[in-house]
Design a protein around this ligand. Structure first.
Ligand code: SAH
Ligand code: SF4
Ligand code: F3S
Length: 478
């Protein structure tokens, strides 16, 4: 594994270089097209979080500019798995899928298989691939993804497996091609990496140290997106609340939000994820003041037990978390709250678990992602004693899920009959007389309308709650 970044080029020079490689890749693809008498196809499969989804848009951007066209499935000339390793099952899925791919490759020997993303930052994964998955053409990690055009050329030139993994990077390369999955909304990275080292979590090891983008680069990107028809953005970072602290001219996340809120033509701003330990009063104020910021906060709890939170290295306790929720609700009474919870962290007792259930009941989340603790090699929690037996965890998980779902359903039902702002996102896939849009809290609403309404916010009467979505009707234009 290489150490820090591979070259001494500045971000700008690096981008320039990658565009040169892209030209070279184009020539290779054009020649192959001639030979085959058809277009070459690609398929990018993404595992994991929004960060990975955004990274995949960058990979697709390069592939399309090189001349590849999207395939319906993995029967393609160039297949990429952009992997996640946050939990063991995310990891296992990839090996399973690789089995299928090897069969596809037997039928299409020119097929190129690429693996990238978080899982590739684990040395034992790369060893396994080198040993048992020789049919993979290209393996790279999270830190050198900006070099994809170059790596693509190398892979197209080579007959054997190319592996390029870096331990970390301090570089941020701007302005490379991106192909968005959705025309009307987009993720926007505001920072990369994580410095928090929660004791169960592998992300800091595979995504490297925290690096913030310059605010003017972020604003410029969003302005460009708006010109291109985007009306909603999601600011992405593992802990957006610590955004900007290490920039030469430090800026807070609250300040960034206020700047982004001023961008003309932008309708909605979301962000993810907020770490409770760094949630400032000013951010709450900024959320309240900024018209475009959705009144929704995803605030991962992880555990309701102060004892466990300490061992998790989360730097807040149950009381502090509940205090934050009170503050948020006091300033923004209709705020939607969602969370992440881990069940079965090493040493978790029934009492600890009941503390989690208590917070869940007290907060009343609009929705919650619940996870069974997964042991990740190299993290402090993996070597802790008192790993919890699977049957105990499963029982707690089921109880938690039931509670979370009951509360979420009540919360969703409570909005029935209310008029809420809905951003019209797209024509309904089944019924073109309907528009599908979303509430601030991300819930889906279907309502009668036409395609001219897309990209605008409408007050919609939520006539009927159907569990995970609503049927509604526009009450009047703004
Ligand atoms: N940076 C974000 C979380 C990113 S990972 C934050 O701090 O909130 C998304 C979620 O995966 C985490 O919130 C956590 O609930 C879960 N997770 C992370 N590591 C895990 C592990 N080892 N086992 C189970 N769940 C885990
Ligand atoms: Fe993982 Fe914690 Fe960083 Fe989130 S803040 S990515 S849970 S280490
Ligand atoms: Fe997974 Fe990497 Fe995201 S490990 S959750 S894809 S940062």
């Amino acid at each position: 594994m290489r150490d820090f970044e591979g070259t001494n080029l500045t971000g700008k020079e690096e981008a320039q270089l990658q565009y040169e490689y892209l030209e070279k890749a184009k020539a290779y693809v054009a020649a192959k097209e001639q030979e085959k008498g058809r277009k070459l196809t690609y398929c990018v499969q993404t595992f994991g979080c929004q960060m990975n989804a955004r990274d995949s848009e960058k990979l697709v951007g390069i592939l399309e500019q090189a001349g590849y066209v999207e395939a319906e499935d993995e029967h393609a000339d160039f297949v990429i798995y952009n992997t996640c390793t946050v939990r063991e099952n995310a990891n296992n899925k990839v090996y399973g899928r690789l089995g299928y791919l090897s069969n596809y490759k037997k039928k299409n020997p020119d097929m190129m298989i690429t693996l990238c993303g978080c899982m590739m930052q684990e040395p034992e994964v790369v060893e396994k691939l080198k040993k048992s998955y020789r049919f993979v053409n290209l393996v790279f990690g999270t830190h050198n993804i900006y070099k994809f055009a170059e790596l693509l050329c190398r892979a197209l030139e080579s007959d054997s497996m190319i592996v390029d993994i870096w331990k970390d990077t301090d570089k941020i390369v701007e302005d490379l091609p991106v192909k968005r999955k959705f025309s009307f909304k987009s993720g926007v990275n505001i920072m990369f990496g994580c410095n928090n080292f929660c004791s169960y979590c592998i992300v800091p090891y595979v995504r490297g140290r925290e690096r913030s983008r310059e605010p003017q680069d972020i604003i410029r990107e969003i302005e460009g997106l708006v010109k291109d028809g985007v009306c909603e953005i999601m600011l992405l970072g593992q802990n957006v609340n610590s955004y900007g602290k290490n920039l030469e001219q430090p800026i807070t996340f609250a300040e960034l939000l206020r700047e982004v809120d001023k961008i003309e033509g932008l309708k909605r701003i979301r962000f993810m994820t907020s770490h409770p330990k760094d949630l400032s009063d000013d951010l709450i104020l900024a959320m309240k003041e900024c018209k475009k910021v959705c009144k929704h906060m995803h605030l991962p709890l992880q555990s309701g037990s102060s004892r466990i939170l300490k061992i998790m290295n989360r730097h807040y306790n149950k009381e502090r978390y509940l205090e934050l929720v009170d503050k948020l609700r006091k300033e923004i009474p209709d705020i939607a709250l969602t969370t992440d919870i881990i069940v079965g962290f090493p040493g978790e007792t029934e009492e600890d678990f009941l503390e989690t259930m208590d917070v869940v009941k007290k907060v009343g989340y609009d929705s919650a992602f619940t996870f069974i603790y997964s042991k990740r090699t190299g993290t402090p929690a993996a070597s802790m004693e008192n790993q919890i037996p699977a049957d105990v965890v499963k029982d707690r998980f089921d109880r938690l899920l039931k509670e979370v779902q009951t509360i979420a359903t009540d919360k969703a039902m409570a909005l029935e009959g209310k008029v809420m702002n809905v951003l019209a996102e797209e024509l309904n896939e089944q019924d073109a007389s309907l528009i599908t849009g979303r509430l601030d809290n991300n819930s889906v609403v279907h309502f009668p309308g036409n395609k001219d309404m897309i990209g605008q916010i409408y007050p919609v009467l939520l006539k009927e709650c159907k569990g995970f979505y609503y049927l509604g009707e526009v009450v009047s234009n703004e």
